[in-house]
Design a protein. Structure first.
Length: 397
């Protein structure tokens, strides 16, 4: 697939350019949605949002009410970063999103099949806060050093691949106001309060990261493996995206459910029955694999990073999240499970379209989801997901 296809299909191109910063990447298309900016309307439909922000340019760009349709679709990845004014019209929106089974999904990737609507963004916002609490920190320990303003003439830069609602990269942009932050996803970031040093790009990371090579001090990827076809290649590409001494920070879960002793619950899809979370996850894993997602990336993160010649000082950590508790779980696990409740329920229902799309009959999908919901509330069979995290530094020479 041509790298620029989504841009051309959308007929979107950067509108106005006034300055560039050679330290940052080359977005042919990006959205930076800020409804408080100038609103406009075009001839096709009412404009949903209009935005203008000069990403990382020293000189603020001219805010304009032009829509994307005012510009010729001649963009390439080579000129950038460019101030851009993109209006999201109904017609554009319908090219970014598609509706299925009552939810909205990204329209670009055939691999990533979780929703991309408001409910999902709310889930991701809540999940981000829970993950920060569970990990006890927003960033891995080397982050402060790597992002410090200690290189004269260099502006530090941070890239979040598969940013979702943007919880993590918004923190970065605010906590490190002098950095350039870039958030990439299949859908535009929907934050109402985009910091001026944060840019949202719409792209499929399966198409490669060559346009970012040498541009970033930190690359963060979290819970994106179901939309990535070849995660090992992604790790290798990140090694080129990072500047010397840079930080790679990866977090994934492995699409398995574990019992209260950390033993993997190995089930199959030939039978249907309890434990329901583990059963449901088995069907989800198979469905994601069928469409090309790299479900076992979490299991290999350590090997891919620690054996990669570009990286040093790798650190592995893992965190257990109770999607279901039992009577003998500790109070802290019970509390965490309660806190995860909304996230878990929303994730369950968010996989309906994925499971239906994989060919499962509706009554089976309903049986899986309903029983897993009930199991969570009954709290009799402890079941956990495992988040595996690896961070490392890029060698300086
Ligand atoms: C489960 S969400 C996690 C979001 C965020 N990283 C977080 O931890 O809150 C996965 C996100 O990755 C994005 N994604 C999946 N595959 C992608 C791809 N190939 N290219 C770009 N983004 C992708 C999805 O659109 C979704 O927003």
């Amino acid at each position: 697939m041509d790298r620029y296809i989504s841009l051309q299909a959308l007929n979107i191109a950067p509108v106005a350019t006034s300055s560039s910063n050679s330290q940052t990447a080359s977005p042919p298309h990006y959205f930076h949605q800020n409804p408080t900016e100038v609103m406009d309307s075009d001839t096709e439909s009412e404009v949903l949002s209009t935005t203008s922000m000069p990403p990382f340019s020293a000189t603020p760009s001219v805010t304009s009410s032009h829509t994307s349709y005012d510009a010729a679709a001649t963009s390439t990845r080579s000129n950038s970063p460019v101030p851009s004014v993109i209006s999201m019209t109904d017609s554009v929106r319908s090219q970014i999103y598609r509706s299925k089974y009552g939810r909205e999904f990204n329209n670009f990737s055939d691999v990533y099949a979780l929703p991309a609507d408001e409910e999902e963004m709310n889930r991701l916002d809540q999940q981000h806060l829970i993950i920060v609490d569970v990990m006890g920190e927003k960033y891995p320990p080397p982050m402060a050093d790597v992002m410090a303003d200690d290189v004269p003439g260099e502006r530090k830069a941070c890239l979040d691949l598969g940013c979702g609602s943007g919880g993590w990269i918004l923190d970065v942009a605010r906590d490190f106001p002098n950095c350039n932050a870039v958030a990439v996803d299949l859908i535009p970031m929907q934050s109402l309060s985009m910091p001026p040093n944060l840019r949202s790009e719409v792209d499929d990371i399966n198409l490669g990261l060559e346009h970012y090579y040498g541009d970033f001090n930190v690359v963060h990827v979290r819970l994106v493996s179901s939309g990535v076809k070849d995660y090992c290649r992604l790790v290798d590409q990140i090694s080129h995206v990072l500047r010397p001494g840079g930080l790679i920070d990866l977090t994934e879960f492995d699409f398995h459910i574990y019992d209260g002793n950390g033993q993997r619950l190995e089930l199959d899809t030939h039978q249907v029955g309890p434990p329901w979370w583990a059963r449901w996850m088995t069907f989800v894993r198979v469905a994601v694999q069928q469409i090309g997602g790299h479900t076992d990336a979490a299991t290999h993160l350590w090997d891919w990073v620690s054996n990669h010649p570009a990286f040093e000082q790798p650190v592995y950590r893992e965190y257990w999240m109770p999607v279901c508790t039992g009577p003998s779980e500790s109070d802290s696990q019970q509390r965490l499970s309660q806190r995860l409740s909304g996230d878990a329920m929303s994730f369950l229902t968010g996989t309906r379209a994925l499971l239906l799309g994989s060919g499962l009959p509706e009554d089976l999908v309903t049986e899986l989801v309903t029983n897993a919901e009930a199991e969570h509330h009954e709290a009799k069979i402890p079941q956990y997901t495992r988040m595996q995290c690896v961070y490392a530094r890029k060698k300086s020479v």
